[in-house]
Design a protein around this ligand. Structure first.
Ligand code: SF4
Length: 115
């Protein structure tokens, strides 16, 4: 009986509103920003900062690390940098960017971790 069931054959049902999250990566998320340090630019997720998560403020493309330290503290900055891989699978808080990552200056292959 299982072999005759076409629904069972594809065994994964994805709700239309969840599809975008499942196929997306952090690099395409609005909360994924460039963090300007003194000598280098790294990436991270600012969804943990309330003013950005609640969209009270526009999420900038690039934030200076000193500003993030003021907003999130040292431990918060560590968490922000933990999600710095643009190729990482998107989480449930994913919000699509207003402009594509390439236009925003984020090039996923440039930041890809070496194996
Ligand atoms: S998908 Fe989730 S972890 Fe990735 S940048 Fe967006 S909010 Fe952060």
């Amino acid at each position: 009986m299982k072999d005759d069931n076409k629904l069972w054959e594809s065994h994964r049902i994805v709700l239309p509103e969840m599809r975008e999250i499942i196929v997306s990566r952090c690099g395409g998320c609005r909360f994924f920003v460039q963090i300007q340090g003194r000598e280098e630019i790294r990436c991270g997720c600012v969804a943990g900062i309330e003013r950005y998560r609640r969209l009270h403020r526009r999420v900038p493309e690039r934030i200076h690390v000193v500003e993030l330290l003021k907003l999130a503290g040292k431990e918060g900055l560590q968490k922000i940098l933990e999600h710095g891989d643009p190729e990482e699978r998107a989480c449930g808080m994913f919000l699509p960017r207003l402009q594509p990552p390439q236009k925003a200056g984020i090039f996923p292959s440039k930041f890809r971790k070496s194996p």
